[in-house]
Ligand binder design. Structure first.
Ligand code: SDX
Length: 376
C-alpha cells in the first residue's frame, strides 16, 4: 500500500499539457489532434494520421502522397547497420533486435546525414525505417530474399511485404492500415512517457525512441498482444475457455488483452479491431481465433468486469496474414513510433525536465562503521 500522497504508477497524475491525444476513459473516446479515432479508422490512412500527429492538421491529398513518397525514400538502412544486424543471433527476441538496431542506426547516421536529426525529418526517417529493421531481421532468420524499399507501396502494404515477402491483398492492406492507425498514439502511455522523459533532458530523437522501444516490450504494455496468442493456443477450443480463464483468475493471473489504466469501459480500438478480426477471419474462412476471443471476453467480463484493450484482437488479424506471433509487438512499435516522435517534438517545443520525487521511507542518521569493524 502506498504511503499517503504517493501515486503509485503515477496513476491519475497530470504530468503535462499536450495537444496530440485525448482519451476519455469514462466514455471510451480516443481523439488524435481533435479527430475521433472512429473517423480516422474508417476514412484515413496511416500516412494521413502520421502527418496529423506531427503537424497538427490533416494533410491534403498532395501532402499525404508526398509523405508516402518520403517514407518510400527513407526505408533503406545503412549497409554498416545491416552488417551488424547480421551478427545478431537469429534466436533473438525481435523487440531486442529492434531496440538495439534503432540505437545503432544513430551511429551510422551522423547528425549531418540524419534527415533532420531531432525534427519531423528524423521522425519520418525512423517511421520509415522500423518496418525495414523488423523485416531485415525476420527475413534472415527465415531464409527469405533480401528486402527491397518498394517505394510504390504504402506503409501498411510495405510492412506486410517486409515481413512476408509478398504483396498483401486489398483487404489485408486495409486491415493493417487500420491497425497502424489505431496503434499510432495513446497520450502518456508508458513508452511514450519514457520517450518524453528522455527528450526532456534534451537528449536526441533516436535515444528517445530507443527508450520507448525498450518500454513497449513489457507484457503489461505492448508485449500483451503476443501473450494473448499464447493464451489462445493454450485454451485451444471455445469449450475450454471458461475452465482455463477461471483457473488463471483463481490464481490471480492477469488475462492479457484485458483491463486498462485509463479506460473504465471498452477501449474503442478493441471495438474496431474486433470487427476487423471477424472481417479478415470470414475472408480467410478461419474464425477460430475470433470465436475463441469472443468466448474469453464473455468469461473475463462476467468474472472480473474487465473490458478488452487494444491488444486483445490485433494479433488475431496479424496471425491470419501468416505473421509470426513474436513480430506483433514490433508491429505495434512500427506504428507507435509516429506518436512517440510527435510527443518528443512537442516536448522540445515546450521543454521542462521531467523529474518527479519519491517519498523516502528508508532509514536516516545511521552511524558510519569503518569497513574494518563491520562483521556482516
Ligand atoms: C497497452 O497506457 C496505455 O495507453 C497502454 C496502451 C497504449 O495504447 O499505449 O493502451 C497499450 O499497454 C494496453 C494494456 C496491455 N496490457 C495487458 O493487456 C496486460 C493485462 N492488463 C493488466 O496488466 C492491467 O489491466 C494493466 C496493466 C493494463 C492496467 O493495470 P492497472 O491500471 O495498474 O490496474 P491494476 O493492476 O491496479 O488492476 C486493478 C484490478 C486488480 O484487481 P485486484 O488485485 O485489486 O483484485 O483489476 C485486476 C487486478 O488484478 N486486473 C486484472 C487485469 N487487469 C487488471 N485481472 C486479470 N486480468 C487483467 N488483465
Amino acid at each position: 500500500m502506498a504511503a499517503p500522497g504517493v501515486q503509485r504508477g503515477l496513476e491519475d497524475v497530470v504530468a503535462l499539457e499536450s495537444r496530440i491525444c485525448f482519451i476519455d476513459g469514462h466514455r471510451g473516446r480516443l481523439i488524435y489532434q481533435g479527430y475521433d479515432i472512429r473517423d480516422l479508422a474508417a476514412q484515413s490512412t496511416f500516412e494521413e494520421v502520421a502527418y496529423l500527429l506531427w503537424y497538427g492538421r490533416l494533410p491534403t491529398a498532395s501532402q499525404s502522397n508526398d509523405l508516402r513518397a518520403r517514407f518510400g525514400a527513407l526505408r533503406s538502412l545503412p549497409p554498416a547497420l545491416v552488417e551488424r544486424m547480421d551478427t545478431m543471433p537469429v534466436e533473438s527476441n525481435p523487440m531486442d533486435v529492434l531496440r538495439t538496431s534503432v540505437s545503432a542506426l544513430a551511429l551510422f547516421e551522423p547528425d549531418e546525414a540524419r534527415p533532420g536529426a531531432s525534427s519531423i525529418g528524423g521522425a519520418q526517417r525512423l517511421t520509415a525505417a522500423l518496418p525495414t529493421i523488423i523485416g531485415t531481421f525476420h527475413r534472415r532468420r527465415s531464409g527469405l530474399p533480401t528486402i527491397r524499399p518498394r517505394p510504390e507501396l504504402s506503409q501498411a502494404a510495405y510492412l506486410v511485404y517486409a515481413l512476408l515477402d509478398r504483396e498483401p491483398t486489398e483487404l489485408e492492406t486495409r486491415a493493417v492500415d487500420v491497425a497502424l492507425i489505431l496503434h499510432a498514439d495513446h497520450e502518456l502511455n508508458a513508452s511514450t512517457f519514457a520517450a518524453r522523459v528522455t527528450a526532456s533532458t534534451l537528449s536526441d530523437l533516436y535515444s528517445a525512441v530507443t527508450s520507448a522501444v525498450g518500454t513497449l516490450k513489457g507484457p503489461l504494455h505492448g508485449g500483451a498482444n503476443e501473450r494473448v496468442m499464447e493464451l489462445l493456443d493454450e485454451i485451444g477450443t471455445p469449450e475450454l475457455a471458461e475452465e482455463v480463464v477461471k483457473s488463471k483468475l483463481s490464481k490471480h493471473e492477469r488475462i492479457m488483452g484485458f483491463g486498462h489504466r485509463v479506460y473504465k469501459v471498452e477501449d474503442p480500438r478493441a471495438t474496431i479491431l474486433r470487427e476487423w478480426s471477424k472481417k479478415v477471419g470470414e475472408a480467410k474462412g478461419n474464425l477460430r481465433y475470433y470465436e475463441l476471443l469472443r468466448k474469453v471476453e464473455e468469461v473475463v467480463h462476467r468474472e472480473k468486469g474487465l473490458y478488452p484493450n487494444v491488444d486483445l484482437y490485433s494479433g488475431s488479424i496479424y496471425s491470419l496474414l501468416g505473421i509470426p506471433h513474436d513480430l506483433f509487438t514490433p508491429i505495434f512499435a512500427s506504428s507507435r513510433v509516429a506518436g512517440w516522435t510527435a510527443h518528443v517534438l512537442e516536448e522540445y517545443q515546450d521543454l521542462r525536465l521531467i523529474r518527479p520525487t519519491a517519498k523516502y521511507v528508508g532509514a536516516t542518521d545511521l552511524a558510519y562503521v569503518p569497513i574494518s569493524e563491520r562483521t556482516g
